[in-house]
Design a binder for this molecule. Structure first.
Ligand code: UGA
Length: 471
């Protein structure tokens, strides 16, 4: 039975971490900070090279500081392969390699199976393999078979699911002070050992492996549902001429609902939510259990960038041939990651509709971008016919509306990310469209049916108090 208790944070272990992406590197660095002895293995030489020089290949606040701490304490090392890392004392191996979607949208577990095989083949004593990567329920059991096949005679490998819930741009903070730790294991002693790796005093959910694997999918799918719901409420607010931020605050302050992840915008993106939303649905199809709520959330998300484009089309009278300044390419502020970025989706839609896009982002790494990129925001804005803010970076919120009004060729501003103070921008003479607020709206007659009904009942008594009270 599932039980909830607190982590004890008791023991210090020798830990091997395979994969130095957001999850693997953050886990390795934070485990060393917590007092474990950690070797982090990264096969990609481009990613490994900066790590060996003490630099992080990803932008993540606080990470390099903790890397330096790990290097000076001697508790954190990096290597290219498991061979030669000295597995003799290693009791726990964490697998945090990528599980990208294949051509059907199902997660490709090839890298995970290869990592499981590699650590098992080098094990010299019984080993606990912890799967941190997001995988469909049932995967850990399958991985255990791969491990058993690769392990030397007499060595027992137990595979445990312990998904990670950290957010990019707050990875260290989320790792060291998580809302919960989830451990899914077949053996209670093994579950205990894994739970003891984490910081003390965190609510611990112990369950079976399929349960732990499903918790990760269901959590990300629910976050996507909240965001898409917020986007639907925002669209209603625009039609009604009211403020989505206040409406959603009024909704979210109900503790049963919660105010986080109710921020409307150009849709959710990144390397996790979109992938896990499709993975959750694939799981439902495979089990014959439809996941209709999540399917609807995905549909709303697919519409979000088109809805933003429509606003700009309306404001500009068509975007074809227009020069549009785009501020933001990263999938959210605080990260250099632009995988499945809503800002990029919007840029692509603009370009496909014939606009010329000149973009600026302070950090985003973008492999292929069909628009132009500038070195600062004002350079992108200079002479453009419209401005779109697509990622809510602080530096965009801090822009002076007057300075922008002076440099922008046209007057139209679309704040698709909810980054600007629309009133002061309007005061500077700009025509600003927001998401769920500030759009120049007409009071659409759709809100009047109750009065029409009253009128049909008794046209003379239309606004009489007793009639309203009788409702
Ligand atoms: C997400 C989850 O939040 C983490 O808990 C999880 O561990 C991680 O995926 C993962 O599976 O590894 P992340 O992808 O880093 O983390 O980013 P989020 O902060 O969740 O943002 C996802 C997207 O939703 C972004 O595009 C963001 O702008 C958008 N968002 C977020 C909104 O549009 N509205 C909101 O209110 C919140």
């Amino acid at each position: 039975m599932t039980s909830v208790e607190m982590t004890k944070g008791a023991a210090s272990h020798r830990v091997l971490v395979v994969g130095a992406g957001y999850v693997g590197l953050t886990s390795a660095v934070c485990f060393a900070h917590l007092g474990h002895d950690v070797v982090c293995v990264e096969a990609n030489p481009d990613r490994l090279a900066p790590l060996l020089e003490g630099r992080s290949p990803i932008h993540e606040p606080g990470l390099e500081e903790l890397m330096a701490e790990g290097a000076s304490s001697g508790r954190l090392q990096f290597a290219q392969g498991v061979a030669g890392t000295g597995m003799s004392g290693v009791e726990v191996a964490l697998l945090a390699v990528g599980t990208p979607p294949d051509e059907n949208g199902d997660p490709d577990l090839t890298q995970l199976a290869a990592a499981a095989r590699e650590v098992s083949a080098h094990a010299v004593r019984d080993l606990v393999v912890v799967v941190k990567s997001t995988v469909p329920p049932g995967s850990c059991e399958a991985i255990e078979l791969v491990c058993a096949d690769a392990a030397p005679e007499g060595v027992r490998i137990s595979v445990v699911s312990s998904p990670e819930f950290l957010r990019e741009s707050r990875a260290v903070e989320d790792f060291l002070a998580p809302d919960r730790v989830v451990v899914g294991a077949a053996d209670p002693e093994v579950a205990e050992l894994v739970a003891d790796l984490y910081p003390a005093g965190v609510p611990l959910v112990k369950t079976d492996r399929r349960g732990a694997e499903l918790i990760k999918y269901a959590a990300n799918a629910f976050l996507a549902v909240k965001i898409s719901f917020a986007n639907e409420v925002a669209a209603l607010c625009e039609s009604l001429g009211t403020e989505a931020s206040t409406v959603l605050l009024g909704v979210g302050l109900d503790q049963r609902i919660g105010k986080d992840f109710l921020r409307p915008g150009p849709g959710y993106g990144g390397s996790c939510l979109p992938k896990d939303v499709s993975g959750f649905q694939a799981l439902g199809r495979a089990m014959g259990t439809p996941t209709r709520v999540v399917a609807a959330a995905e549909e709303v998300n697919d519409e979000a960038s088109r809805a933003a484009l429509m606003k700009l089309e309306m404001g500009l009278g068509g975007v074809a041939g227009k020069l549009v300044a785009l501020l933001g390419l990263a999938f959210k502020p605080g990260t250099d990651d632009s995988r499945d970025s809503p800002a990029l989706r919007l840029a692509e839609l603009l370009i496909a509709s014939g606009a010329r896009v000149r973009a600026y982002d302070p950090l985003a790494r973008v492999d292929a971008f069909a628009g132009e990129r500038t070195a600062d925001a004002m350079e992108a804005i200079d002479g453009a016919e419209a401005l779109v803010v697509a990622t809510a970076w602080d530096e965009f919120s801090a822009l002076s509306a007057e300075a922008v009004a002076e440099r922008l060729g046209g007057r139209i501003v679309l704040d698709a990310a909810g980054a600007l103070d629309l009133e002061s921008w309007a005061e500077a003479g700009l025509v600003v469209y927001g998401i769920g607020r500030g759009a120049p709206v007409a009071f659409h007659p759709v809100v009047w049916p109750p009065l029409r009904w009253a009128h049909q009942r008794d046209s003379l008594a239309l606004f009489q108090d007793d009639e309203v009270a009788a409702g």
